[in-house]
Design a protein around this ligand. Structure first.
Ligand code: MG
Length: 500
């Protein structure tokens, strides 16, 4: 029998459909539990075993994604005045990662990485000229990509996307075309569709006292616009309510809920009941409302007695947008923020929660990325990790339970299509550096800048001169990486109505 529980995800062993059935020898499930780091073994697909057996052995998957949340913005990551009791509890009952990365430092490519398990350069979801999709963009996530929703839907899961999509707002690219049974949310960033010609502050000043009517962003249900401009003051609360309803409606079957908040991306909005509740101003109010919604979602999971069979992931798409002053978050002791390839741009708070399977109160220093959420969740759901393309995600199951290391040894930091930096173990080499925003030109380093991130998380002390052997090893990893890279044409530059 072949299975992928203890095979590398890119191994050919991983691509055959799991053949384990309820009639398998009794020793086999026990053996699989051992090799899978204590997780229930993903069993066969829904059409191969009874629904009851599937629902008891495969977890529901909930991925909660914040937008532009910084590494230092949660209580459990050291923020002194933002209160996040529900995320703190989630961390206390689960595992909190200290070295967890997004797939890019801005929204669109980061979301593509999470949902496909692939670096955005492999899917065409990045660009050096337009870094994200805009309302006039003609492209989106190609149909040829396999999303987490598609992989889990094929394995029998109910799926929904609530919140920000930002992988293409035209009909061909919406969530319902990418494996989600339903969609409710704003299809791109909440600062787009800026309304011109009104009496309002100019430039960046409109973000300091934001009004809903300044941004004519649509709220969509499946493929239809149901509200415009979206009432952003209540959007966080409504997303949480949708998430709770979905859990309740699907409690009898495996489900995948992808909740991608539009906030705390600027402009900042919160419900009236959260006005002035935090000691960190408007930004803190926003985070505390997101946290309250997560509390409602976890309460619903518990109320439905699903906590033993639901894995919940929480993280963010990229670091804090520092150019917005105190309307942007904090990367804590990490350098810089959203838009660049220093740590503050891509290292994220990340928590995984699954009572009874993930031991509570653990802090993991293992290397991990959002792309690993894809691979790990597909494997937990008994789905197929695609075998006809490069997948960058790895299986985090042993790292989640603390029974083994993360297979991940490297992190590739891209800005658009350019590989800027590479992490290997504790070391990070910057080949090119560039300011996050403001038009600063990229600087190519003939001798890469080298930081030891465990000794120097703030990236201050260049160790390149002392460690040429580390640079040589990283160069070897880069060469290997490049040989397996076949970039697709960008989806982000073509505009609606544009002719070639
Ligand atoms: Mg973002």
């Amino acid at each position: 029998m072949r299975n992928c529980l203890n095979a590398p995800v890119n191994s050919s062993l991983c691509f055959s459909r799991p053949q384990l059935t309820l009639s398998s020898p009794i020793l086999l499930p026990a053996l699989l539990l051992l090799v899978s780091g204590g997780f229930p073994a993903p069993v066969a697909h829904a059409d191969e075993v009874s629904t009851e057996a599937v629902s008891t052995e495969r977890p529901n998957v909930i991925v909660i994604f914040a937008d532009d949340l910084g590494w230092g913005d949660l209580s459990c990551y050291g923020h002194p005045t933002i209160r996040t009791p529900h995320l703190d509890r989630m961390a206390a009952e689960g595992v909190r990662f200290t070295q967890f990365y997004s797939g890019a430092s801005v929204c669109t490519p980061s979301r593509a990485a999470l949902l496909t398990g692939r670096l955005p350069v492999r899917s065409g979801m990045c660009s050096d000229r337009r870094r994200v999709l805009f309302p006039d963009s003609d492209g989106g996530l190609p149909a040829s990509e396999v999303t987490l929703a598609e992989a889990l839907k094929d394995a029998g899961y109910a799926t929904t996307c609530v919140g920000k999509w930002h992988l293409g707002h035209l009909p061909a690219y919406l969530p319902t075309q990418h494996g989600f049974d339903s969609y409710f949310g704003v299809p791109y960033s909440n600062d787009m569709d800026r309304v011109a010609g009104q009496a309002k502050p100019k430039g960046r000043a409109i973000f300091l006292d934001p009004k809903v009517e300044y941004w004519n962003v649509p709220l969509m249900q499946d493929e239809q616009v149901i509200e415009r401009p979206a009432e952003q003051t209540t959007i966080t609360r409504r997303y949480a309510e949708r998430a709770v309803s979905f859990i309740r409606e699907n409690k009898e079957r495996p489900f995948f809920l992808y909740l991608a908040h539009n906030l705390p991306h600027v402009p900042l909005f919160r419900s009236p009941e959260f006005e002035g509740t935090s000691r960190r101003g408007l930004y803190g109010d926003v985070i505390e409302e997101i946290d309250a919604g997560i509390g409602r979602i976890l309460d619903e999971v518990r109320a439905q007695k699903l906590e033993q069979k639901t894995i919940v992931w929480f993280t963010s798409d990229n670091g804090p947008w520092l150019i917005f002053g105190d309307h942007g978050g904090s990367a804590g002791l990490l350098r810089d923020g959203k838009g660049c390839t220093y740590e503050g741009g891509m290292r994220e708070p990340a928590i995984a929660w699954w009572p009874g399977t993930i031991p509570g109160g653990r802090i993991s220093h293992e290397l991990a990325t959002t792309m690993d959420i894809f691979t790990t969740s597909v494997l937990l759901g008994g789905g197929q990790v695609p075998n006809d393309r490069e997948i960058d995600g790895v299986d985090l199951r042993p790292a989640l339970t603390g029974t083994g290391p993360s297979p991940r040894k490297s992190v590739f930091y891209y800005r658009g299509t350019r590989l800027m930096a590479v992490r290997l173990g504790p070391w990070k080499a910057h080949y090119i550096t560039q300011a996050a925003y403001g038009g600063g030109k990229p600087v190519t380093h003939d001798v890469p800048v080298l930081y030891h991130l465990e000794h120097d998380p703030s990236e201050r002390h260049d160790r390149a001169a002392d460690h040429p052997e580390v640079l040589a090893e990283i160069a070897r990893v880069v060469e290997e990486h490049r040989q397996r890279l076949k970039p697709l044409p960008t989806q982000l530059e073509r505009r609606i109505g544009q002719t070639d």
